[in-house]
Design a protein around this ligand. Structure first.
Ligand SMILES: Nc1nc2c(c(=O)[nH]1)N[C@H]1C(S)=C(S)[C@@H](COP(=O)(O)O)O[C@H]1N2
Ligand SMILES: [Mo]
Length: 406
């Protein structure tokens, strides 16, 4: 049975058959010289990837790389976890070099008992590990305009997903004793700009983490070493890195990042503020812009979906610009506020095709078409674009961005 399936698979076309051409005797000998008969490298203290692997973060050309973002190569990563070394970065004042032995977290303001924790003290407290995505509100912002970005990394690379370990913020707040007037927690980082954001008290008590680990090791400096806030499902900016202070207050701070930035100007000229939640989104990562299909035949279309409101319950894909839709299969585990991978088989007949994906989350929210999004939000926004995205496969097999009707 297995054999029969395998033979059928090989018949699917040139795209999958090529890799299985047998070795000639000569080739076999060469392979053995580099391979298992040759003594390899010794053990090492800290792992590096193979020299043949080239996936890397995309950085813009800029004179101010301390105030910039780099992007995850979404078309080159697998599964739901982003390797820490490829997690996107967004810094407003560079990455501070913090000695954890000297770093502290202060909790003060409207509390019964102001507290000061060392990193070591935080690590002694009851901990949890959770898989959550972090997405900059500016992710896929290029798609608001008439000229969408050419590939998955430049259009959607400001989202990544890690396993975060840390202390529930609710536990620290209980220890401090939150006074009933306190409605906001103002979080501040230890970077040069002391970036700060205001978190509503209900969310702070619900599921926020003061994280010290990412994917099994200490958080990377770029992600906030030694401490960061992880605020599940909410825009990246509020996930304050290099966390050093939490002030309980009656009012939000009205800081730069929640007034002049990270607000969304509507068509009427009125701005939406405190738009924390990242709505459901999805992206096909294979085939995606810049790639080339070798010829007609079978392909596994792959992508990622995520929602700041909970679990992804459905991803539909279309191979004909939205005329027909079918459900993709979702890779377990499907976790709330985490990246979910989807896959769907496609037999490409060689004609020009537009591939779309559309996600639905457990609240019933459906990722809108671009026109539906613009009808509600106008065209003034830089942030929170989550319209259905498409790639065009040309008859040559070249894949490029598909312009969605406005
Ligand atoms: N202290 C501090 N926290 C910060 C930032 C910053 O510049 N300083 N950038 C914010 C923004 S805009 C985003 S999108 C996320 C990015 O997190 P990452 O760099 O770990 O991907 O961190 C947020 N937290
Ligand atoms: Mo951001």
């Amino acid at each position: 049975m297995k054999q029969a399936n395998r033979r059928r698979f090989l018949a699917l076309g040139p795209a999958v058959g090529g890799a299985l051409i047998g070795c000639s005797g000569e080739k076999k000998q060469a392979a053995e010289e580099d391979g298992p008969n040759r003594l390899g490298k010794p053990i090492s203290e800290y792992g590096e990837r193979s020299e043949f692997e080239k996936a890397r973060r995309l950085r813009p050309e800029t004179k101010t790389p301390e105030q910039a973002s780099s992007r995850t190569p979404l078309a080159e990563v697998h599964g739901m976890i982003t390797p820490s070394s490829l997690h996107f970065e967004r810094h407003h004042a560079g990455v501070p070099n913090i000695d954890p032995a000297k770093h502290t977290l202060m909790i003060h303001g409207l509390v019964e008992r102001p507290l000061l924790f060392s990193v070591a003290e935080l690590k002694r407290l009851p901990s949890v590990s959770k898989i959550y995505f972090i997405e900059c509100a500016g992710n896929s912002g290029s798609e608001w305009g008439a000229k969408p970005a050419p590939d998955a990394q430049s259009s959607h690379g400001l989202v990544s997903c890690s396993e975060w370990t840390g202390v529930p913020l609710s536990l620290l707040l209980e220890e401090a004793g939150v006074r009933k007037e306190a409605q906001w927690v103002i979080a501040e980082g230890a970077d040069a700009c002391k970036m700060n954001r205001s978190v509503p008290i209900a969310k702070a008590k619900e599921d926020v983490l003061v994280a010290y680990a990412q994917n099994g090791e200490a958080i990377r400096p770029e992600q906030g070493y030694p401490l960061r806030l992880v605020i599940p499902g909410w825009e990246g900016n509020i996930n304050v890195k290099w966390l050093r202070r939490l002030e309980l207050a009656e009012q939000p701070a009205m800081s730069r990042q929640e007034t002049s930035k990270y607000t969304d100007l509507e068509a009427s000229g009125k701005a939406r503020q405190f738009t924390f939640v990242m709505d459901a989104k999805s992206l096909i990562t294979f085939p995606s812009g810049g790639q080339k299909l070798e010829g007609p035949g079978f392909y596994e279309v792959r992508g990622i979906a995520w929602s700041g409101r909970g679990k992804i319950t459905k991803v539909e894909v279309s191979f004909d610009a939205g005329k027909n839709w079918q459900s993709a299969s979702l890779q377990d585990p499907v976790l709330p506020m985490a990246i979910t991978r989807f896959r769907a088989g496609w037999r490409w007949d060689g004609t020009e095709s537009t591939l779309l994906s559309r996600s639905t989350d457990e609240t019933g929210y459906v990722q809108p078409a671009r026109a539906e999004l613009i009808a509600v939000r106008g065209m003034n926004s830089n942030y929170h674009y989550n319209g259905v995205h498409g790639w065009k496969v040309e008859t040559t097999g070249a894949v490029s961005q598909a312009v969605q009707p406005a």
